[in-house]
Design a protein around this ligand. Structure first.
Ligand SMILES: NC(=O)c1ccc[n+]([C@@H]2O[C@H](COP(=O)([O-])OP(=O)(O)OC[C@H]3O[C@@H](n4cnc5c(N)ncnc54)[C@H](OP(=O)(O)O)[C@@H]3O)[C@@H](O)[C@H]2O)c1
Length: 270
């Protein structure tokens, strides 16, 4: 596929890097956008060793800034390329009571999860529709299926990604383009350290956590099938659907109990 590129955000580590490794096998070019140069260079080297024929274009930029999507899309190194696959993966979480959390961090998260993801999709989609070919993978979370006290803004932002992607998947039916929304559960990556929760024994528990490699394989399999909602792991599938059978305020209260446990752990330390 000459000049057929996959554009992946947040590809330096975790789920994004595993997705990039798999997409490198199917695309002539990978465009990887992430915030830290050194981490991105390391990611490029590890992908190159797996897929030497794939040309990798690293873009170092802060995707939580206004205008970031336009900056990526209009980058000179992308002008000769057709974006065949777009993966909106970059993201991070915040934890704590909304009245106490840091607004700067939260507003950057909203910019990244909501505005950059939506704008990048808007910029890439018309070309895909004109070529009658393309795949979009938006990374939400099982968190998108229910509200979470102590992670109110994170869960709400992932509910946006889920709702937006499901609606868009319906709109593009029959155009040759598909939209898939990936909803992982607990996956040990850099995410836990950044958000400040995730006990080592919890992330190591094979019943509730999946590896980033497993999540990426499920995502790419579902992306290729054109499936709309992709949930890796049976427990996560149950978690994502259990709320349907309970009153909404009961679900919110149950999630609060789990998060209060995380908070008491944070206060005590590991
Ligand atoms: N891990 C989980 O349990 C889990 C569960 C459900 C959903 N998710 C979602 O999965 C996606 C990938 O997360 P992950 O678990 O793979 O975490 P990760 O290992 O921290 O990877 C996220 C990547 O995005 C980058 N990034 C963060 N902010 C950015 C910005 N402003 N501009 C450019 N790049 C930025 C990170 O860079 P830095 O390392 O420099 O921050 C990192 O390389 C996220 O959307 C997350 O919400 C994760």
């Amino acid at each position: 596929m000459k000049n057929h590129a996959a554009l992946i955000t947040g590809a330096s580590g975790g789920i994004g890097l595993e997705i990039a490794k798999l997409l490198a096998l199917d695309h002539s070019h990978l465009v990887l956008a992430d915030i830290r140069q050194e981490a991105l260079e390391n990611a490029c080297s590890s992908i190159r060793s797996l897929a030497p024929d794939c040309e990798i274009i690293p873009l170092v930029l802060d995707l939580a800034q206004t205008g970031a999507a336009e900056q990526v899309f209009s980058h000179p190194s992308l002008q000769e390329l057709e974006i065949g696959t777009l993966v909106n993966n970059a993201g991070f979480g915040t934890f704590g009571l909304f009245q106490e959390t840091n607004w700067e961090k939260e507003s950057r998260m909203l910019q990244l999860h909501v505005l950059t993801l939506t704008h990048l999709t808007k910029l890439v989609l018309p070309g895909m529709i004109a070529r009658k070919q393309g795949r979009i993978l938006n990374v939400a979370s099982v968190a998108g299926f229910q509200p979470s006290p102590l992670m109110a803004v994170y869960n709400a932002s992932k509910a946006y990604v889920l709702s937006f992607s499901e609606a868009l998947a319906n709109e593009v039916k029959g155009t040759g383009v598909s939209v898939t929304v990936l909803c992982p559960g607990l996956t040990p990556t850099g995410f836990q350290a950044r958000v400040g929760v995730g006990k080592p024994e919890m992330t190591a528990n094979k019943w509730i956590s999946s590896s980033a490699d497993f999540v990426a394989r499920k995502a790419i399999a579902d992306l290729k099938k054109g499936k709309t909602v992709s949930i890796p792991g049976r427990i996560n599938y149950l978690l994502a659907n259990a709320h349907r059978f309970l009153p909404r305020n009961t679900v919110t209260a149950m999630v609060r109990k789990v998060q209060e446990k995380n908070r008491s752990f944070l206060k005590k330390g590991p």
